[in-house]
Design a protein around this ligand. Structure first.
Ligand code: ZN
Ligand code: ZN
Length: 413
C-alpha cells in the first residue's frame, strides 16, 4: 500500500499520575496549562491505555517493549541485554547479559562498598583489562557506563538466564555463588558455573591494577571486583521496521530505552542538550524529531523528565516539564501534514504520591487530520476516560498507528 504518511509516537515517561494534594487534588496533567495537547485531544481521539494490562506496574523497558509491539511476557527476561545494547555493546540473540557494578571487596570476598566509592575515573581502563576474557567456549564482553556501572555480555552456545544473583545487595556480606534456579536447567547451570569463575577472575585482574593502586594510595576504595545483576537473555525478536513495515528512528534520552531501540534496530538520533533530567532541552528534541522525519516515516520520542519528577514526588516540577512538553507538541503540530499521525501517551504512571511506577492506566491521544474525532477536549487522566478509544493496551498502539498511516497489510482477503 502506497503511503506518504509519517507518524510520531511521543512518550512522556511516567507522565500519568494520580491527584496531587499540593496541586489542589489535580494530576500534573490536569494542573498544567497545555493548549497544544488539548488541541490534539479536541481534533483527535483519546482514551486510556494499560501499557501491559490493567493493574500491572510496568518498567520503562517492559512498557516500551509493549508499546512498540513486543509482548514483554514473551521477550523480556531482564534488563541486562537492553542495558548492554544501550551503551553500544553488540548483543546477539541468545547472549546472556547483566548490568554490573564495580564494587570493593576484601580478601574474604565480603562486600565493603557496592559502588567502589562511586568511582568516576579510570573505569575505562579497568573495563579494558577484563574485556574479552574467554572461559571454556564463552567470551565475556564487558564495558563501563556511567560512574561505577557497566554491562557484561556472555557470548557463546547453550547459555541460560535463570540464575541467582551474585551481588548480595548488602554491604558486609560475602558475595554469593550464582546457582541455576532450576537444577535440571543445564543452560542456566552452565551460565552460573562460568559466571562464578568470571567474577573471581575480575578480582584477580583488578585488585592490583594501576588504577586501583592509585586509589589505595589516595585512601579511596578500590574497584577490585565486578558484581553482575539484572540477568536477561537477548530475545529472538523481529526488527521493528520489519514488524511494522516502517522506516524508524528514535530520539530518546535514557540508556535503557536507547538499548531497546538499538536492539530492534531503530536509527538512533543524538540530541545535544537532551539530558534525561528536568533541565533537558525538550525543544531541541522536537527539532530532532522533525529532522528525522525527513528520511524516516516513524519517529519514537521519549522525554524522561516527568518520570524523574514523579520519583521525586514533586508535582510542581512535573507540571513544569509537562508545560515544556506541550510547547514541543506545538512545534510538531505546526510541522505535520494532512496524512501525518501524532500519538502522545506515557509508558506507565509514576504518581507523585507513590514515587514509583504504579499500575494505573495512562492517557493516550491519536491525532491524524483524516482520523476520527471524539468529544474529548482536554488531555488528562480524567478527560480521556470519556474518549472514543475506550481502554486499550500497549501492544495495540502500533497497529493503530500503522493502520492510520495506511502502511498495514490487510489481514485476510
Ligand atoms: Zn518509564
Ligand atoms: Zn521510573
Amino acid at each position: 500500500m502506497e503511503s506518504n504518511a509519517r507518524a510520531i509516537l511521543l512518550i512522556g515517561d511516567g507522565m500519568a499520575d494520580r491527584p496531587v494534594a499540593s496541586l489542589g487534588n489535580r494530576t500534573p496533567l490536569e494542573a498544567a496549562d497545555t493548549p497544544n495537547l488539548n488541541r490534539l485531544a479536541r481534533e483527535g481521539e483519546s482514551g486510556m491505555m494499560d501499557p501491559i494490562s490493567p493493574g500491572i506496574r510496568a518498567g520503562s523497558d517492559t512498557g516500551h517493549l509493549a508499546i512498540l509491539g513486543y509482548d514483554p511476557y514473551q521477550v523480556y527476561t531482564g534488563r541486562g541485554p537492553f542495558e548492554a545494547a544501550g551503551i553500544g555493546m553488540e548483543v546477539s540473540r541468545g547472549d546472556v547479559s547483566f548490568r554490573c557494578n564495580f564494587s570493593t571487596v576484601d580478601a574474604d570476598m565480603a562486600v565493603i562498598d557496592r559502588r567502589a566509592g562511586r568511582i568516576t575515573e579510570g573505569t575505562d581502563q579497568l573495563a579494558q583489562a577484563i574485556n574479552g576474557l574467554q572461559i571454556e567456549d564463552v567470551t565475556f564482553f564487558f564495558k563501563e557506563s556511567v560512574a561505577h556501572r557497566g554491562a557484561l555480555v556472555m557470548h557463546g552456545p547453550g547459555l541460560g538466564a535463570k540464575v541467582s544473583d551474585i551481588d548480595p545487595h548488602r554491604e558486609g556480606e560475602r558475595i554469593l555463588e550464582a546457582t541455576p534456579l532450576d537444577p535440571q536447567d543445564g543452560a542456566s547451570r552452565k551460565t552460573a558455573h562460568l559466571l562464578n569463575q568470571w567474577v573471581r577472575r575480575t578480582y584477580e585482574i583488578l585488585k592490583d591494577h594501576p588504577v586501583n593502586l592509585q586509589r589505595y594510595a589516595k585512601g579511596l576504595p578500590p574497584a577490585n571486583i565486578v558484581l553482575p545483576r539484572g540477568v536477561g537473555v537477548a530475545p529472538d525478536i523481529d526488527e521493528f521496521d520489519k514488524l511494522h513495515d516502517v522506516v524508524s528512528a528514535c530520539v530518546v534520552e535514557t540508556g535503557l530505552i536507547r538499548g531497546i531501540a538499538r536492539y530492534v534496530n531503530m536509527d538512533l538520533i543524538d540530541v545535544p542538550g537532551a539530558t534525561g533530567g528536568l533541565d533537558s532541552d525538550i525543544m531541541a528534541m522536537g527539532q530532532a524529531i522533525l529532522t528525522a522525519l525527513e528520511d524516516h516515516n516513524f519517529v519514537l520520542c521519549n522525554v524522561k523528565g516527568p518520570d524523574v519528577a514523579g520519583h521525586d514526588g514533586d508535582g510542581e516540577a512535573k507540571v513544569e516539564i509537562i508545560h515544556r512538553l506541550d510547547e514541543m507538541v506545538g512545534l510538531l503540530y505546526e510541522n505535520l501534514g494532512e496524512e501525518d499521525v501524532l500519538v502522545v501517551t506515557a509508558d506507565h504512571a509514576t504518581p507523585c504520591v507513590v514515587k514509583d511506577h504504579s499500575g494505573d492506566s495512562v492517557p493516550i491521544v491519536f491525532w491524524c487530520p483524516t482520523g476520527r474525532v471524539d468529544d474529548v477536549t482536554e488531555f488528562h487522566e480524567r478527560a480521556v476516560t470519556r474518549g472514543g478509544l475506550g481502554r486499550i493496551r500497549g501492544v495495540n498502539v502500533m497497529p493503530m498507528i500503522t493502520q492510520l498511516m495506511g502502511v498495514q497489510e490487510k489481514f485476510g482477503a
